[in-house]
Design a protein around this ligand. Structure first.
Ligand SMILES: CC(C)(COP(=O)(O)OP(=O)(O)OC[C@H]1O[C@@H](n2cnc3c(N)ncnc32)[C@H](O)[C@@H]1OP(=O)(O)O)[C@@H](O)C(=O)NCCC(=O)NCCS
Length: 149
């Protein structure tokens, strides 16, 4: 990060850069993306009524990274947290602190809005991302299960 880089809420004029990066992120994770899928997620980001919010990292005005997050309620503590769903930095701009700055910005939103945790998951095998996460957060002793509806 330097003077020409910043983290800002995603806005209409970030659409093309966001779409390119989010498509790469999905494909990186083995998810096939279609235009309706991308349109739907962009619609969530653009709507004040949807849960998903977005931040982008800008480098010389171009979208270099993204983070999607949302509020979740925590009945067991009677509090709320922020859940980070997606975090991605363009390959040529990695290692410059963009992901760390995106997570830090989500933490700032959590502090400002009064949520008591910022939480996310990653694959056990995601060694690069986990090096960063081990530095900035605490690994939780949980196992994630998925079931069909
Ligand atoms: C994980 C990811 C978001 C990190 O982004 P980043 O902007 O390079 O991260 P930062 O610069 O803030 O932090 C760099 C740290 O990430 C690690 N890292 C991961 N991939 C890296 C890469 N290709 N180049 C340099 N550093 C990388 C480094 O170990 C570094 O840790 P260190 O500072 O302790 O040495 C990025 O590599 C990425 O988009 N990966 C593909 C998608 C992904 O796995 N997302 C996370 C899903 S949970």
């Amino acid at each position: 990060m330097n003077a020409t880089t910043q983290i800002v809420p995603v806005a209409a004029d970030h659409h093309d850069g966001w779409r390119r990066l989010f498509m790469d992120y999905c494909m990186d994770g083995g998810i096939e993306v279609t235009p309706p899928h991308l349109d739907r997620v962009w619609g969530w980001l653009a709507s004040a009524d949807a849960q998903t919010r977005g931040l982008v990292a800008l480098s010389d005005g171009e979208v270099a990274g993204l983070a999607h997050f949302r509020v979740f309620e925590r009945p067991i503590t009677g509090t709320t947290g922020l859940w980070i769903d997606d975090l991605y930095v363009e390959p040529m701009r990695r290692g410059r602190g963009f992901a760390g700055a995106l997570v830090e910005s989500v933490r700032l939103v959590a502090r400002t809005e009064g949520h008591d945790v910022v939480r996310w998951t990653t694959r056990e095998t995601n060694v690069g991302a986990r090096r960063l996460y081990d530095r900035i957060a605490t690994q939780a002793p949980v196992v994630v299960y998925n079931a069909t509806p």
